[in-house]
Design a protein around this ligand. Structure first.
Ligand SMILES: Cc1ncc(COP(=O)(O)O)c(C=O)c1O
Length: 393
């Protein structure tokens, strides 16, 4: 019989041997772009606070005001007594923002994907899921017990073939991130919609990293690529560009009515605090009123990718504020990440199991708040590292 303690010890040693054990840092943050890590001030390239909303005074004031009129905790799940007027207003605003009939709020983006997919799909149904979809989509597929066909990343021929070959029984759902969180690349959403329409499937798009950043109204890539009305289920999170916490689904009234009856991560979880809804309501208004943030962020990202390319660094297919620098092995990735931190740049190393073996990378997340001098400094530090690190010669 194996003891849990010895199993844990062995597992941890194996993680260390493979250079994929993780450490948690405590961050002292007052600003999206500059943080203090272990007492050292550094430029933060690890944040999803793309529009610099997490410290915005207007949002903080909205939170404080809501605390004068509402309890801090929601104190119950939404179907019992946890859905306040602020939750209801936020759901209505999200539906308007996404141009759908209805929307509903979940505790997190993770809970949104897991609850939505498992409530909609079941044994006898088929989900077609991009190979690089977020873990919460993968877990939702597993929990649903539907047949899951994983198609190669953004490969539209493979997706079409998979639909041609799939069982004609049951429902069909194609699910994809709209902006892939590790590579910063964008799938061809209009083609996905065309294939879905041809083969009788519905489309679910996770706009976690695109909400607030893409689209003329800032609602995401489905809007930017003019296919949001062809997407049955639009998922998003309030925890990235919106600067807060929580997830949501936007779609038809029938979809939302079903989900609030059947999505277990919604029904059996306490509602988010009302203050969180007040923050998100304020942030959604700012996304509408201040488009310059997303425009400048994407211009900055494009300049940054050009600077890296000029120095011979590949950023893959990134077309967004998420810029990967692929180094391959976890050991060198972590060495570079540590060396960058020592020079005042917080850039996380991403290793298996988050990415496949051989695809370890530094992931640079840009924020509207970053100054050009910080980007210049990071590119210079990367060039210096390449000169001195023997594995890269
Ligand atoms: C594509 C995608 N979907 C969902 C999530 C989960 O969102 P949350 O952090 O709000 O749980 C993430 C978070 O990293 C994500 O990248």
């Amino acid at each position: 019989m194996k003891q849990l303690t010895s199993w844990l010890r062995e597992q941890h040693l194996a993680l260390q041997r493979n250079h994929i054990d993780r450490q948690r840092r405590t961050i002292d943050s007052s600003n999206a772009s500059i943080v203090r890590v272990d007492g050292v001030l550094c430029q933060n390239f690890a944040s999803n606070d793309y529009l610099d909303f997490s410290r915005d005074k207007r949002i903080k004031n909205a939170v404080v005001n809501s605390l004068n009129s509402h309890t801090w905790g929601a104190a119950a799940s939404p179907l019992i007594a946890g859905r306040t007027d602020l939750h209801e207003s936020l759901e209505r605003e999200i539906a308007t923002f996404k141009e759908t009939e209805a929307a509903m709020l979940f505790p997190t983006g993770y809970a949104t994907n897991v609850g939505t997919i498992s409530a909609l799909m079941g044994a006898g149904d088929t989900v077609f899921s991009d190979q690089k979809n977020h873990a919460s989509i993968i877990d939702g597929c597993r929990l649903s017990r539907a047949t899951t066909v994983v198609y190669p990343h953004c490969d539209m021929d493979a997706l079409r073939t998979a639909l041609q070959r799939a069982s004609l029984q049951g429902k069909r759902l194609i699910v994809t991130d709209s902006l892939f969180s590790m590579d910063g690349d964008i799938p061809p959403l209009p083609t996905i919609c065309e294939i879905a329409e041809e083969y009788g499937a519905s489309v679910m798009v996770d706009e976690a990293h695109a909400t607030g950043v893409f689209g003329s109204r800032g609602s995401g890539l489905a809007e930017q690529l003019n296919c949001h009305h062809r997407v049955a289920i639009q998922v998003g999170t309030l925890s990235k560009a919106v600067g807060s916490l929580g997830g949501f689904v936007a779609g038809s009234q029938e979809l939302v009515d079903w989900l609030f009856n059947r999505a277990r991560s919604y029904v059996f979880s306490t509602s988010p605090p009302p203050a969180l809804c007040a923050a998100a309501l304020c942030a959604l208004k700012l996304i509408t009123d201040e488009p310059f943030r997303r425009i400048e962020l994407l211009e900055k990202a494009e300049r940054f990718r050009e600077m890296l390319a000029a120095e011979g660094f590949s950023t893959g297919d990134s077309h967004s504020q998420i810029v990967p620098i692929r180094l391959g092995e976890p050991q060198i990735t972590m060495r570079w990440s540590d060396a960058l931190l020592a020079r005042g740049f917080l850039v996380p190393g991403i290793r298996p199991p988050t990415v496949p073996r051989g695809e370890s990378m530094l992931r640079v997340c840009l924020s509207w708040a970053h100054q050009q001098s910080a980007l210049d400094g990071l590119v210079k530090a990367l060039c210096d590292l390449r000169e001195t690190d023997p594995l890269r010669k």
